[in-house]
Design a protein around this ligand. Structure first.
Ligand SMILES: [Zn+2]
Length: 262
């Protein structure tokens, strides 16, 4: 039996928002906003990526020893990885060198940062919750779908000289207007009898070892994880999508529980 909990995610745009969809050759729209059929959407993977970033930042803000530029030994199991399967960029390498993110392999002297198991400190909390590299996690976020329709959209173009967006001109970038409402769901897997998984508990492998070192201390109850690492972090996503440096994409998210289902 699988037991899941559902939460409703409500998102309001506080500024124009652009999350790219596919180019549409019929309309000539080169930078269309993401949609499914006729509904405007915020894709689940975009939201999940933003949530992942929030959890990473929260763990770093809470546990990283900024003064000594290192991750404290006693909390190494809580150090997040970058969930990257390949090589990291120069900027990312410096975050790893400072100990903010995990260094998970050094084969061929290349710096990598993605959870692997077996490894000394196991799978990081972010990968436990959201999954990584073929491992499923405990938390899923759906696509968020817009409540209203056509009036949620307008178009503009990038002013290349000013780096801003000019309205109503011939090179259209679709934008969702400020004040648009989107809704979707967060699903948390509370238990899966077949796999023997319980949310907030270390997963047991065949040899009775666990990849979930960070849960061995007993500091993290399921309710603490839900509140501190999921709900508050989702609500803490302040911006999403493109042109954020220009003040676009500011959002407000609220999360509320809608009940359990079997
Ligand atoms: Zn990880």
């Amino acid at each position: 039996m699988i037991r899941q909990e559902k939460w409703e995610i409500s998102l309001t745009t506080l500024a124009p928002l652009h999350i790219g969809g596919r180019d549409n050759p019929l309309t000539g729209m080169e930078n269309a906003v993401a949609r499914i059929r006729d509904r405007l959407v915020i894709p689940g993977p975009s939201l999940k990526g933003a949530l992942r970033h929030q959890i990473e930042r929260y763990l770093i803000d809470t546990y990283y020893d900024a003064k000594n530029q290192r991750w404290p030994q006693e909390h190494l199991a809580l150090q997040p990885c970058m969930a990257s399967a390949g090589d990291v960029s120069g900027e990312e390498a410096s975050l790893i060198a400072k100990g903010k993110y995990r260094k998970t392999s050094d084969e061929d002297r290349k710096v990598r940062s993605g959870c692997v198991y077996p490894s000394k400190y196991g799978i990081c909390p972010v990968c436990y919750l959201l999954g990584a590299q073929g491992l499923t996690g405990f938390v899923q976020v759906s696509f968020l779908v817009s409540e209203e329709q056509a009036d949620a959209l307008y178009s503009g173009r990038i002013d290349r000289a000013k780096g801003t967006i000019a309205h109503g001109t011939n090179r259209p970038y679709e934008l969702v207007r400020e004040g648009a409402q989107f809704k979707g769901s967060l699903t948390v897997l509370r238990s899966d009898d077949l796999r023997g998984w319980t949310f907030g508990q270390p997963r047991r492998l065949a040899n009775d070892k666990t990849p979930d070192q960070w849960l061995q201390s007993g500091d993290w109850s399921a309710e603490r994880i839900l509140d501190e690492l999921i709900v508050k972090r989702l609500e803490g996503i302040g911006a999403i999508g493109g042109y954020r440096s220009k003040g676009f994409g500011q959002i407000q998210i609220t999360v509320k529980q809608v009940g359990a289902r079997g």
